[in-house]
Design a protein around this ligand. Structure first.
Ligand SMILES: Nc1nc2c(ncn2[C@@H]2O[C@H](COP(=O)(O)OP(=O)(O)OP(=O)(O)O)[C@@H](O)[C@H]2O)c(=O)[nH]1
Length: 328
């Protein structure tokens, strides 16, 4: 879903740039044919800018419009236009306000619009009657407020969607959707730069019994607290995922199997000693595997799964290691 939003923003900026290039070339032809060479030149510069933006986006997937790059051209051009041709330049101020919010992040856009509006008000003040000014200032302020509100709501929605799409709501660990992408990225990085990483699959022991004895809500609380215990101990670069019902995965980048075993054992003991407010000890079993040169996402998880199965077979509350054929 997030990829779709990024793709949508990319396309939006691309189409706006194409529209900008077409509009700027049309206006430059019109202005030059009327002998208005200064504004014609500004439009030609505008058209060139948009063509460079389009080229960079299509050929190199570079965002010139992502942030400040935008600031240096569009608003400055519009302010110039207002200064040089006050009678029609003012109408472009509406386009300027909206494009800030379309192109930049909310905070930057808000600050940019405030400075831009101050410039618009200052430059247009001497050149229009009060009658026109009040109406233009009023409607410009309204357009800025509406666009801000819409962008703010959109931003909040985006953040919420991002959280829903990334985290498990019960435990606050990363969710299964994020797991594949994160582990694949780590796998690629290890194989590309010849670094180490270890994956731990852990499964709460006799969790069905906990649910059946203390109820589903108590079971949920155990999962939540267990994730908290683990997340408090691990490094900021480590990632905990809720892999399934009572199964979690812990990705430890830049970590050898020996260090990972020490961490996993420590976590196992911390959980076993933690008071979950139920009258039985909560433990987990774990399967560990370090990535190797031939590893795929599937094989890495399979090694962890096999090790986890062995840990259950060996009586639970323990960690087992399984390695792939070749070690990187
Ligand atoms: N409370 C709660 N229970 C869940 C959740 N997701 C899965 N479960 C339960 O977890 C239990 C898992 O049971 P099993 O797969 O038999 O495993 P187990 O009882 O932990 O036994 P071992 O893994 O062999 O130690 C099932 O009863 C599921 O209903 C959840 O989000 N909340």
């Amino acid at each position: 879903m997030l990829d779709e939003i990024t793709e949508f923003k990319f396309k939006l900026r691309l189409y706006l740039s194409i529209f900008g290039a077409a509009a700027a070339s049309f206006f430059s032809a019109l202005q030059i044919s009327r002998g208005d060479n200064i504004t014609g030149l500004i439009s030609i510069l505008g058209c060139t800018y948009f063509l460079i933006v389009i080229y960079l986006m299509i050929q190199k997937r570079i965002y010139l419009w992502k942030g400040r790059g935008f600031l240096f051209f569009i608003p400055i051009t519009i302010l110039n236009l207002i200064y040089l041709r006050p009678e029609f330049g003012i109408y472009w101020a509406y386009v300027g306000v909206i494009s800030f919010f379309l192109v930049m992040e909310l905070k930057e856009a808000t600050a940019g619009v405030l400075v831009f509006l101050a410039g618009v008000f200052y430059l247009s003040y001497p050149n229009h009657t009060e009658y026109v000014l009040y109406r233009v200032y009023g409607t410009l302020t309204l357009v800025a407020l509406f666009t801000f509100s819409f962008s703010y709501l959109n931003d909040r929605l985006h953040q919420r969607l991002n959280k829903i799409a990334t985290y498990d709501p019960l435990t606050n660990a990363l969710n299964r959707y994020t797991f594949n992408a994160a582990v694949e990225k780590e796998l690629f990085s290890c194989q590309r730069y010849n670094t180490q990483a270890t994956l731990l699959l852990l499964d709460v022991d006799h969790f069905k019994l906990i649910n059946d004895t203390y109820g589903h809500q108590a079971g949920d609380k155990v999962l939540k607290e267990l994730a908290q215990v683990i997340m408090q101990r691990i490094r900021a670069t480590d990632q905990l995922f809720r892999y399934g019902g009572e199964e979690f995965a812990l990705l430890l980048p830049q970590t050898s199997i020996e260090t990972a075993l020490t961490v996993a054992e420590e976590l196992r003991k911390m959980v076993a000693q933690h008071d979950f407010n139920i009258s039985r000890q909560v433990t987990f079993s774990g399967g560990l595997s370090q990535v190797n040169a031939q590893e795929t996402l599937k094989s890495w998880v399979r090694h962890c799964d096999n090790a986890l199965y062995q840990a259950k077979e060996q009586g639970r509350n323990c960690i087992v290691i399984e390695q792939g054929e070749s070690q990187s």
